[in-house]
Design a binder for this molecule. Structure first.
Ligand code: PGA
Length: 230
């Protein structure tokens, strides 16, 4: 399965998410080759989940960040269970814009997600990031995203050779540790223009898109290209 993930970060409002879902209803034709997943900020997670469901858009939502604790006196915390209760099927974990997320904290977040029956999208900058995956995690419960920090929001991407090298390392390491083959995505300054070259030259299973995902027409275009790629 391929994946296309829209990471909206700290952007948008209710009208934006309502319009976005309308656009998807009109233009996105989901297929079984690629799963489209949308990550709105926590206050809009339930709203966007409901909009997609009411419009009959066959796509998922994902929490952008979850607490490493189950529940309790953690002001501002959003638990994995809350994210699941708001309609999400996935949790994004380990994104570099979450500062100081140690491997231990990332492991805790993965455990909380799996306990809440969320699948995990784990962002790593290299193969060492896989050390956060708890023992016993099933390959089908996790998607790995190679996200080089220097490519995020900068418009500058690694060479396709570098992407292929890191992706190959991630595939080899996950095959032995998880006893399976999770999808491996690339994220960092992906646009509807440069994604064609990436799909042609890199052995990847899809993308995480930040800035460019704020335009739903871009996402539909990238979705169609990922779906039809080999
Ligand atoms: P970008 O963000 O596409 O704006 O570089 C990607 C990400 O942070 O996942």
């Amino acid at each position: 399965m391929k994946y296309l993930i829209a990471n909206f970060k700290q952007n948008g409002d209710k009208a934006f998410y309502a319009d976005y879902a309308q656009h998807l209803k009109a233009h996105l034709v989901p297929n079984d080759k690629c799963r489209a997943i949308f990550c709105p900020p926590a206050p809009y997670l339930m709203f966007m989940s409901d909009c997609l469901r009411l419009h009959g858009v066959d796509a998922d939502t994902c929490g952008q960040c979850i607490s490493r604790f189950g529940s309790g006196a953690y002001t501002g915390g959003v638990s994995a269970a809350m994210v699941a209760d708001c309609g999400a099927k996935y949790a994004l974990v380990g994104h570099s814009e979450h500062h100081a997320a140690s491997l231990k904290k990332i492991t805790d977040k993965i455990k909380c997600s799996l306990q809440a029956k969320l699948k995990v999208i784990l962002c790593v900058k290299d193969v060492n990031g896989l050390d956060a995956i708890p023992n016993g995690t099933r390959a089908e419960d996790i998607v790995i995203a190679y996200e080089p920090v220097e490519a995020i929001g900068t418009g500058v991407q690694p060479t396709t050779a570098k992407i292929n090298q890191v992706v190959a390392e991630l595939r080899a390491a996950t095959a032995s540790r998880l006893n399976g083959n999770p999808a491996v995505l690339y994220g960092g300054s992906v646009t509807s223009k440069n994604c064609k070259t990436l799909l042609k030259n890199c052995k990847i299973d899809g993308f995480i898109v930040g800035g460019a995902s704020l335009n739903p027409a871009n996402m539909v275009e990238i979705y169609n290209l990922v779906s039809t790629s080999k």
